[in-house]
Structure formats: C-alpha cells, structure tokens
Ligand binder design. Structure first.
Ligand SMILES: [Zn+2]
Length: 262
C-alpha cells in the first residue's frame, strides 16, 4: 500500500515537471511568456546593465556613409539573375545603421554625418560636418570612421581582386594606431568566413595610406574601411548577405569598443 502511494506521488511529480518543461519550451511564443522569461532570467538583465554602462571615455564616433543613390558608378556588374546589382550607397548606409544600433545598446555617443540618401553630398561639405563636431567636442575626443566597399574595375565586369583593407592619411598620425585596431578586429572575424585580408606593411603597420579627402580634411583621427570588393563575385555574395553585413558591423563595433577604452 505504501509503495502504491509512493508510485502515485512520483507519477504526479513527473506530470508536474513535464507540464513545467512544456511551458518553458513555449516561452518564446507569446509576449507574456517572453516577459515572464526575461523577469526570471536575472543573468540576462545584469549583462544588459553592464553593457549600458559601458564607459566610452567621452569619445564621439563620427560615422560617414559615403555616396548616394544618384552617385554615378559605385555599383557591381549585373548578377546572373539579370536584375540584381550591389549598390555601394545602400551597403554603406545599411552597415552604418547596423553599427549605430549596436552603439546605441552600448551607450557610445555617435553621429551619422550623411542622413541624405538621394543626393551625393560633396566631400568638402561632409568634411565641414565632421569638423563642426570636432570643434564642439574637441578633436581629440572624436574619431571619424568612413565606411565603404571596394572595387577593382568600373562595374562592367567581375574582377579578381578581393579582401578587406583599412586606410589612413599618409605619414604617422594618431589614426595609424586606430587603423591597426580595426585591422586586428577584422582579422579575427573575416578569415572564419573565408574572406581575405589586405595589408601594406611598408610603413610598419597593416593599414594602407592615401590622402582621401574626407580623412585628410578631418581635424580628428580618421580612418576609412574598404569592406571587401563588390565587383568580386565571392566577396559580393558575403556583402549581400545579412550575416556578412552583421560581421562587418561587428568588426567596426569591436574596434570602437577598444578605442573608447583607451
Ligand atoms: Zn566608396
């Protein structure tokens, strides 16, 4: 008789556990359950608070998404479906928006200097916008990051050049150390997806150097990322994918986090 009762109790315990497990498994289906789940998961909440309080050391990140819908060129050859092309203005804006959302979550202050989509904003105007922020916050507190994708040809045919690179102005400036951080962060992620890295070690660091107007005119440290080649078929597939864009945004955010800690 005692055994019978024990079995009965164990049966109800198993039944209760099963019901409980089932309700956990469906926790992500309804909004109410999601709220309950979050309320009960203290670790998640704690992690969010730590991220929110990320010390950005007074740094101001200036994001430049170059080109516009009306910019000539800056697009890939036609894909084999006969209708798809990669447009650089769209990619640059999407990546900058992804970076911005991640910086929002970290509480890092940033500005997007080109809200316009249709009209190409002249480099001198963009440089003026950057320098206005430098005057407002102090050039030493600002970092300009100009986001691009590269091309080897003129958009009429697929090319062989591939890889990720970062650029600074000529000579040794504060931008070189920042560019090295970007290169290191890219090198941590991109090879995992079989994407290649480009570097120019001739001046002792992995960045490439050219006096592009936007980084040359900026009063603050400034770098320009060329995020793979959109006229290379392997690279462009990655650039068209949600995963590829997330990885590229993560490279920038991981580098920004390191810069803000300095
Ligand atoms: Zn570009």
């Amino acid at each position: 008789m005692v055994n019978f009762f024990m079995s009965l109790i164990q049966f109800f315990i198993r039944l209760f556990k099963k019901t409980d497990n089932n309700s956990n498994n469906t926790a992500d289906i309804s909004e109410t359950n999601i709220n309950n789940y979050n309320d009960n998961n203290e670790n998640d909440v704690e992690e969010t608070l730590v991220e929110d309080m990320f010390d950005y050391n007074g740094k101001v990140i200036i994001l430049d998404n170059g080109h516009a819908r009306q910019t000539s060129g800056k697009r890939s050859p036609l894909f084999s479906d006969g209708k798809t092309r990669f447009f650089e203005y769209e990619f640059n804006r999407d990546v900058v928006n992804r970076i911005a959302r991640k910086l929002d979550n970290l509480g890092i202050r940033y500005y997007k200097i080109v809200p316009e989509v249709e009209e190409d904003i002249a480099l001198s105007v963009r440089a003026n916008r950057v320098n206005k922020l430098c005057n407002q916050y102090g050039a030493g507190n600002c970092v300009l990051i100009s986001v691009h994708a590269n091309a080897a040809g003129n958009g009429t045919q697929w090319m062989n050049a591939r890889g990720w690179s970062v650029w600074t102005t000529k000579g040794v400036t504060k931008s070189d150390a920042i560019a090295t951080i970007f290169w290191e962060e890219a090198n941590k992620l991109l090879p995992k997806y079989r994407m290649t890295m480009r570097k120019d070690n001739s001046d002792g660091d992995p960045d490439n150097e050219a006096n592009f107007t936007i980084i040359y005119k900026a009063l603050c440290p400034a770098i320009l990322t060329e995020n793979l080649f959109y006229d290379n078929k392997v690279d462009v597939d990655f650039l068209m994918s949600d995963l590829g864009r997330e990885v590229i945004a993560d490279i920038h955010v991981n580098a920004i986090k390191r810069i803000c800690k300095k």
